[in-house]
Design a protein around this ligand. Structure first.
Ligand code: GLU
Length: 327
């Protein structure tokens, strides 16, 4: 398995939504900024559908993602409907690639079977959290099992597979947030394949970013805590990691992450109520620091304005005044 990121002459970015719901303003922000980053750099922008957690994902959400991207004027150079060398661009069609990566990681000794039950994991849940968004650190109960113990447990339960996080801190320079350092165990050992066979998000993302030659990952700040895990996977696979940039999360006036309770925030609902895509692009560009006022504008007219250094390094509030712009 060769990553193509090592000798990539052209920069490549991607938007990688999970079709477990309709796109909303919060997802549209990284989509717009990732698109602008690549358009300004003369790079390529990929669309990847992250439907690995099949029970949560629905085909009609996928269809709507294509329509919403078109509507916002955010085109892609490779992705569903525009198959390039790295096809397919839908995770459920890439399962063999993830299995091959798992085989390699297993052979290199980076994975171990975990037999912990839900109840045991729930008990850990009351322990202090390692990284806010990732939940408690797995204390490695199954990491040191002997072969004999593994055999015994395997008779009772199908294991999940966990990646053993290296015992060192993980640092990287984030394009928006600056220098980031996560002390070991940086979130702890995590599941790369669930007992029901579903591949873990971290593994799928790393395999895809590497094999698709992604040089720049621009995504929402909610995924910052995943980055040390992904860097550890890149290192274990001996692949060069991309540059990361985590852009602000949109929050409501109550300081909480934008969600249904804040109103009709899906692009679908906004379109149905007569909002024009230029209004949304203008508002997002304003919130991202690219425009002094939230005036309506086409995405293509913002390419020159894009500067990573303008993007705020903190949450951004969508207040009443901002909502007015969309009406
Ligand atoms: N699929 C993830 C999401 O929708 C994003 C993954 C990524 O950008 O790394 O939250």
């Amino acid at each position: 398995m060769e990553s193509i990121s090592n000798n990539q002459a052209v920069r490549r970015g991607r938007f990688a939504p999970t079709p477990s719901g309709f796109l909303h303003l919060g997802n549209a922000l990284p989509a717009l900024l990732g698109w602008l980053q690549m358009r300004k750099a003369g790079g390529q922008f990929l669309l990847r559908i992250e439907d690995i957690d099949k029970p949560r994902c629905k085909p009609h959400y996928v269809e709507q993602i294509y329509r919403d991207m078109d509507w916002l004027g955010l085109d892609w150079d490779e992705g569903p409907g525009l198959e390039g060398d790295c096809a397919p661009y839908i995770q459920n069609e890439r399962l063999q690639l993830y299995e091959r990566a798992l085989d390699k990681l297993l052979a290199l000794g980076h994975l171990y079977p975990c037999y912990c039950s839900r109840a045991e994991l729930m008990a850990i849940a009351s322990a202090p959290h390692g990284l806010a968004s990732l939940g408690p650190v797995y204390p490695g109960l199954c990491r040191e099992l002997t072969e004999e113990e593994r055999k015994q447990k395997a008779q009772l339960k199908t294991p999940s597979l966990r990646f053993a996080m290296p015992d060192r801190s993980q640092s990287f320079l984030d394009g928006v947030l600056g220098e980031q350092c996560f002390a070991a165990p940086a979130g702890g050992d995590f599941v790369v394949k669930r007992a029901d066979g579903i591949i873990g998000y971290q593994l799928a993302v790393v395999v895809d970013d590497a094999l698709m030659g992604i040089t720049d990952v621009l995504r929402g700040g909610d995924l910052l805590d995943s980055t040390p895990r992904q860097l550890a996977l890149f290192a274990a696979m001996d692949w060069a990691a991309p540059q990361y940039a985590h852009v602000p999360l949109l929050v409501g006036e109550d300081g909480r992450r934008l969600a249904k309770r804040h109103g009709s925030i899906t692009l679908n609902a906004l379109r149905a109520s007569g909002t024009q895509p230029q209004q949304i692009i203008g508002l997002l560009a304003y919130l991202a620091g690219l425009l002094p006022e939230p005036e309506p504008i086409q995405a293509a007219d913002l390419i020159d304005e894009f500067e990573m250094s303008l993007i705020p390094n903190h949450h951004v509030t969508l207040d009443q005044q901002a909502w007015q712009v969309l009406i």
